[in-house]
Design a binder for this molecule. Structure first.
Ligand code: 3PG
Ligand code: MG
Length: 398
C-alpha cells in the first residue's frame, strides 16, 4: 500500500521482539467477551508474525481506568479470549513495563505470543510521556500498529512508540486505511453518505466535512428532526435539538454551496411512546401529530435512500436511520442496509460503514459481511469522517 510501511516491508522478523499495538477494548459481561470481532480482526497480524518466528508482544488498553491497576480493567481475561481466537497459547505479563514485562519477554521463544497488562494502568501512557515510551520500547525491536480504532489517541503505545522503533502498519490497519481511502480519500463518484444517530450536536464537524466531500448526504435518525424543525417542519414530541437550528441551517447552506444534495425524511414512522410493539403509523413528514414521536423514516424515504444507493458508486455510512434497537423501528435501517449489501455483492457499490451503533445495526440486518468494509472503530471512525488527521496513522506515513 502506498504511503505506509506494512508487514510486506518488515523484512526478517525471526527471533525479533515485535511490539504490536492491538485494540482489545472489547465488550465484556460477567468476565466473558461478548463480541470478539476486534480480537478476530487482529488475529491475522499476530498469526503472520508468529509464523515468521517473531516474538509477538501485544500492547493494548482496556476501558478507561483512572487510578492505576484494578481487576476491573485487567486484560488477563482477554488474554484467554485471544488464545481462543488464535487457537494457540497467549502468555500474560501483569505489567507492560518494568521487571514483570522484561522477565516475561526474556522467557519467550520464537513464535510465542504474549499480552502485556493494560497500558492505561500507567498515567504516562495517555500523556505520551517520552520516559514511559522509552520503557515500552525497551521490550521491542520493531513496532507494529494494528489498532486503527485507537489511532485517534496520541498515546505512548499508539503514537510515541512509532517515533522510537521502526514502525509498520499491521494487516487490519492496512485494510482499514485502504477501505477509508476508497470511501472518502479517493472515492469513485458519485459518493453518497448516510448519517444517522440521535444527535446533531455530536456530529457537527462530521456533517460540515461531509457536505464538502460527498455528492449526496442522507440524514436520518433523531438528528434528522433537528434539520426538519430548522426548516419549519413540526416534529411533535420527537427528539430534537431546537437550539441547533442555526447549525443545521448552516450545514444546509454549505451543502448547497458545495453542490451536495441533502436528503431529509419525506415520511416518518410515529408512535406516542418509545417501546417495543408500541402502536405506530407512517405519516407524511408534514403531518406528524403534536403528541407523536418520529422513531423511524417511512417507506417513501427508504425508497429515495435506495434510489440514491443505486446512483452511488461509493457509500459511506455512519448511524442508523431509526431507533433500530426496538422493532418495528428497525425497518428502514434494515431495508437500506440490505439494499446496499445487494448492490455491493453485485459489484456496483463500494460500501464502507463504521461506528458502534452502525456495526450493531448492520449485524442486526445480517449484512455486515456483505459490505466492502465495516470498521470496528468508534471515535476514530468519526474523527476520520470529520477529516481530522489521526495521530496513530500520521506517524506511520512514510
Ligand atoms: C474504542 O473503544 O473506541 C477504542 O478502543 C478507543 O477507546 P477510548 O475511546 O477509551 O480511547
Ligand atoms: Mg470509544
Amino acid at each position: 500500500m502506498a504511503g505506509f510501511k506494512t508487514l510486506d516491508d518488515i523484512g526478517a522478523v525471526s527471533g525479533r521482539r515485535v511490539l504490536v499495538r492491538v485494540d482489545l477494548n472489547v465488550p465484556v459481561a460477567d468476565g466473558k467477551v461478548t463480541d470478539a470481532t476486534r480480537i478476530e480482526r487482529v488475529a491475522p497480524t499476530i498469526a503472520e508474525l508468529s509464523k515468521k518466528g517473531a516474538k509477538v508482544i501485544l500492547l493494548a488498553h482496556f476501558g478507561r481506568p483512572k487510578d492505576g491497576p484494578s481487576a476491573e480493567f485487567s486484560l488477563e481475561p482477554i488474554a484467554r479470549a485471544t488464545a481462543d481466537v488464535l487457537g494457540r497459547p497467549v502468555g500474560f505479563a501483569s505489567d507492560c513495563v518494568g521487571d514483570k514485562a522484561a522477565d516475561a519477554v526474556a522467557a519467550m521463544k520464537d513464535g510465542d505470543v504474549l499480552l502485556f497488562e493494560n497500558t492505561r494502568f500507567h498515567k504516562a501512557e495517555e500523556k505520551n510521556e517520552p520516559a514511559f515510551t522509552e520503557q515500552l520500547a525497551a521490550n521491542g525491536d520493531i513496532y507494529v500498529n494494528d489498532a486503527f480504532s485507537a489511532a485517534h489517541r496520541a498515546h505512548a503505545s499508539t503514537e510515541g512508540l512509532a517515533h522510537r522503533l521502526p514502525a509498520y502498519a499491521g494487516r487490519t490497519m492496512q485494510a482499514e486505511l485502504d477501505a477509508l481511502e476508497k470511501g472518502l480519500g479517493n472515492p469513485a463518484r458519485p459518493v453518497v453518505a448516510i448519517v444517522g444517530g440521535a444527535k446533531v450536536s455530536s456530529k457537527i464537524d462530521l456533517l460540515m466535512n461531509l457536505v464538502k466531500k460527498v455528492d449526496a448526504l442522507v440524514i436520518g435518525g433523531g438528528m434528522a428532526n433537528t434539520f426538519l424543525a430548522a426548516r419549519g417542519t413540526d416534529v411533535g414530541k420527537s427528539l430534537c435539538e431546537h437550539d441547533l437550528a442555526g447549525t443545521a441551517k448552516q450545514i444546509m447552506i454549505e451543502a448547497a454551496e458545495a453542490g451536495c444534495a441533502v436528503i431529509l425524511p419525506a415520511d416518518g414512522v410515529v408512535a406516542k411512546e418509545f417501546k417495543a410493539g408500541a402502536p405506530s403509523e407512517t405519516v407524511a413528514i408534514s403531518d406528524v401529530p403534536a403528541d407523536g414521536m418520529i422513531l423511524d423514516v417511512g417507506a417513501k424515504t427508504v425508497q429515495s435512500v435506495n434510489d440514491w444507493i443505486d446512483r452511488a458508486a461509493t457509500l459511506v455510512w455512519n448511524g442508523p436511520l431509526g431507533a433500530f434497537e426496538i422493532a418495528p423501528f428497525d425497518r428502514a435501517t434494515v431495508a437500506a442496509a440490505k439494499h446496499a449489501a445487494a448492490r455491493t455483492r453485485q459489484g456496483k457499490l463500494v460500501s464502507v460503514a463504521g461506528g458502534g451503533d452502525t456495526v450493531a445495526a448492520l449485524n442486526h440486518a445480517g449484512v455486515a459481511d456483505d459490505f466492502t468494509y465495516v470498521s470496528t472503530a468508534g471515535g476514530a471512525f468519526l474523527e476520520w469522517m470529520e477529516g481530522k488527521p489521526l495521530p496513530g496513522v500520521e506517524v506511520l506515513k512514510r
